[in-house]
Structure formats: C-alpha cells, structure tokens
Design a protein around this ligand. Sequence first.
Ligand SMILES: Cc1cc2nc3c(=O)[nH]c(=O)nc-3n(C[C@H](O)[C@H](O)[C@H](O)COP(=O)(O)OP(=O)(O)OC[C@H]3O[C@@H](n4cnc5c(N)ncnc54)[C@H](O)[C@@H]3O)c2cc1C
Length: 510
Amino acid sequence: MKIPDKKYDFVIMGSGLGGLLCAYILASEGNSVIVLEKNNQLGGNLQVFSRDKCIFDTGVHYIGSLDEGENLKQFFRYFGLLDNIKLKRMDDDGYDVIRFADGKEYKHGQGYERFIGNLVKDFPDEEKAIQTFCDKVREVCKFFPLYNLETEISMDYFLSEEIRELNAYKYIASLTPNVRLQNVLAGSNPLYAGVKDKTPFYVHALILNSYITGSYKLIDGGSQIATYLSKVIRKMGGDVFKRKKVIGANYHEDGKIAEVLIEGGEVVKGEKFISNIHPAVTIDIFGENRFLNAYRKRVKTLENTMSSFTVHLTFKKDTFKYLNHNIYQYNVEDVWAGIDYKEETWPEGYFVCTPATSKSEEYADSMSIMTYMDIRETAEWDKTFNTTASPEERGEGYEKFKKLKEDKVLEKIEMVFPDIRSKIKSVYSSTPLTFRDYIGNYDGSMYGILKDSNNPAKSFINTKTKIPNLFLTGQNLIFHGILGVTIGAFVTCFEFVDRNKLMEKVKKAK
Ligand SMILES: Cc1cc2nc3c(=O)[nH]c(=O)nc-3n(C[C@H](O)[C@H](O)[C@H](O)COP(=O)(O)OP(=O)(O)OC[C@H]3O[C@@H](n4cnc5c(N)ncnc54)[C@H](O)[C@@H]3O)c2cc1C
C-alpha cells in the first residue's frame, strides 16, 4: 500500500508498544500521526507466531501491576485496553515459582501479604529480612513519580545517589546470610537479564513490585495489544503501515528532518519524528554526523542486555496440564550465574511458561522455555537476515546448531517434567538472530540498554536528540517491559502535550 502524500504532525518509526502508545496519545490530542513498521506484523516484541495451530508469544509472557489501583491498570484504562484484551489472572498463591536443582520450590505470591507469608513459611527464621526486603522494594518504587501516576519529572530517582547506586545483588546479600533466601528473593532476575555486579536494586524493585501487585497472562497472545491500538489509531484518523522500513532522512537547512526515506523509494514528510528503534540504530539511520561525538560514542558503546535462545514446544492434545504460573529453574545455586554460562554447562537456568489459550483451561497446547544466549554463539550466520517480510534460509549448519541446543534444553527440562518427551508433538526454537532481525537491533538484546549501578548516568537516554525534531521512545528510554515502555511513551509525549493535563486524563479514565 502506498503512503499518502501529506505532511504529518508526527512520523513514528517502529510499531513496538512505545511507538503505538505515542501514536495513540498524540492522535487523541488531535495530531495527525503515521506509524511506519518494517515487519509484516505490528507490535515489535508483542508479535506472536503460530506453529501446529498454537500461538507463541515472542516477548510478553506475563504482565504485572493490574490489581485495582495499580499503575498499569489505570494506564490500560486510559488506552481503552482493559475492555479490549483478554487477560487471565495467574495463581494467587504463586505466580512465579523459583525452583532449584534439589527440587525445592519457592512461590512468589500475589499481594505483599502472600508474598511475605509464603517466604516466611519457607524461611521461618528470616521474617525480619523478608519484611525489610519488601519495605525497601516499596520505598524505592516511591522514587519514580510516573510509576505512581504522579506528574513530576520521571527521573527523580536520579536525585538520590543511594537509590541509583544501590546494587541488587549486594543489597539482598546484606539482608541475610541465608544464600538460598537471597537466591529466592532475586530468583526472577531473568525478567531484566540481571548482572550480579551491575544491576541496580531499583530495577529489581520496580519489576518485582509490579508482578506482586497483579500478575496476568494475555490469553491467546500479546499481539492483541498491537491489534487493538492500531485499530483505534486508524479510527482517530492516523495511518499505520507495515512493510515500511525507514532507512534514512532528508533535512531542512536548519538541521531539522524534512522527511524520512523508506526502503523501496517512498518518502514520508513530517513536522516531528519519533524513533521507537534502538538509539544506536537510530543514530545510523539518521547519520552519525548529525549527533554530537560524545553522545554517539556513549550510545554506541553502551552494553545491552543479554539475548535469548528460546525453545517452543507444542504438545499432543490434552496431555500436558496448563501451568497458571511460571517456573524459574536453576541448575546452579547462584541465580545470577547463568548469564555468564559455560558452553559445557549451558543452560544453567531457564524460564518456563505455558501460554494461556481460549481453547482449554485444563491443558496447555504449548510451552516456551527461555534461556540466555550470547549472540556471539551465532556469529557464523551473522550475515544472514530472516524475517517473514524478508525471508532467507540461514542454512543447514544453523539448523544443526539449533537442534543441538534444543536437545540440551530438553535434557534439562526433563529434570522438572520427567515424562515431558512423550507429550511433545514438535520442537521449534529461536536464537539471538531471530530477535535481532525481528526487532531491528544489532545484537538480539532482549531488553535493550543494560542499567549499571556503578555508572547510572551512562545508560540514561533522553527523549530529545541533537536533531531538533527527532525524539526517542521505547524500552531504551526509561525502562523495558510493558509497564516501563508505557511510562516511557508518556515521557516522550510530555514534550508535546501538557503533562499535568495528560496525567489528569489518565487518572480520571474509567
Ligand atoms: C524474550 C522476551 C520476553 C519478554 N517478556 C516480557 C514479559 O513477560 N513482560 C513484559 O512486560 N515485558 C517483556 N519483555 C519486554 C517487552 O516485550 C519489551 O520491553 C517491549 O515490548 C519493547 O517495546 P518497544 O516500544 O521498545 O519496541 P520494540 O518491541 O523493540 O519494537 C521496535 C519496533 O521497531 C521496528 N523497527 C526497527 N527498525 C525499523 C526501521 N528501520 N523501520 C521501521 N521499523 C523499524 C521493529 O520491527 C519493531 O517492531 C520481553 C522481551 C523479550 C525479548
């Protein structure tokens, strides 16, 4: 489809959650908007794919903060999402189960009372440490105004040296000498690809708090969020295009972007431009020389979070019981260790979930098992590029590599589900290259730029750029995840819309 020849108020590049939410907010404030997406499917990490008629999520397995009065619930109300997506509440008693090689399981319960109660049962002598940990989680969350639907600037935590430099591992270790409890408290750290000597405690706190306060799965996949948002954006007069890869720009004499260039020759004119693409890639699209040397260097050398090798299983009909919780399985005691894996012992830990479907509440039709994988493992196929919009075989060697890794994961999953092989219909997998190609970053990073308690300022990304009418949004701005990206979209839109009035609308949304 051809793009209309008109000048838009906002041209948004990338239809990840951040891009779509910005388009929604700006269109509902009366602006003309267009979203340009390179893929066949909208949504970035919200994309799903299907195998053997089973729907698999690529980047959203569960979302938090959906209890009444919680932040994401109110944001979702504002976007009209609550009435238009199918959600399933996860187990109250334990939405996440942290499991170790000795078979012991520890449940993270919904609501602080259950969370604390469960852990005190498991660690009766550690009530004080568990309580102190939960108090600190809630205290730290208060430093983030938008997280609390408040309107002051969102980086208030930067005013507190203690908060921004507090390291998650070290803080938790300071609470108790009980190593198993330390590991249970940090057990869901793959949610942010935690690094022992780098991840700040606030990252752990914001994410853990969100899941304690209302964990839900999306029934039949996360793509329903993108489908709904794009429908409403179009209803408000906006345009949303797939298969439109932005590859460059033409500029006015004053340095402002006049139009972006689309692969294949089309151009799109605009007043302001918002990039939902990783900042390092954004710099390359818009031209290195347009950014300050120091900024360019910093952004390009920032460490990104680890990538993933994910195994997707489909099950024979009605053989594997649906799990209404996730499992974080650790084959080594230290829950932070798996990210520095050795080939011989990989995978040292993994995340397991069975997607919620409208087909059955009793049986799962599929399972996803996520493990860490460094993109350097797939260096041999680095030059290949494979997406549905731009298909290319990566070759036999790649398929063999995947099969080898799938077998290793299956061997380990049998430790948790001994009879699982007899129930499996088919095995599929995705590698860091899959994430790289579908999301359009350079290294298949799951959650974008890594936050570092040793150097908090380094990973700070401003929505404004040196190009006067180019702005950034998405998971690299403030925070990753559905909640983090939602907050980031508001931070971006505050550049154009009165923040107090906008947040009043959010708070009053019914
Ligand atoms: C494996 C995995 C599991 C996850 N699990 C969860 C979870 O359970 N819960 C949760 O809350 N979060 C989870 N996340 C994180 C969450 O999915 C992301 O933080 C969020 O979706 C990122 O949104 P974004 O706005 O940054 O856009 P992205 O999803 O990064 O999308 C960017 C978009 O830009 C497009 N694009 C790139 N280059 C171009 C170009 N040149 N032209 C046009 N378009 C372009 C891409 O195709 C893509 O659609 C997970 C992520 C991963 C990878």
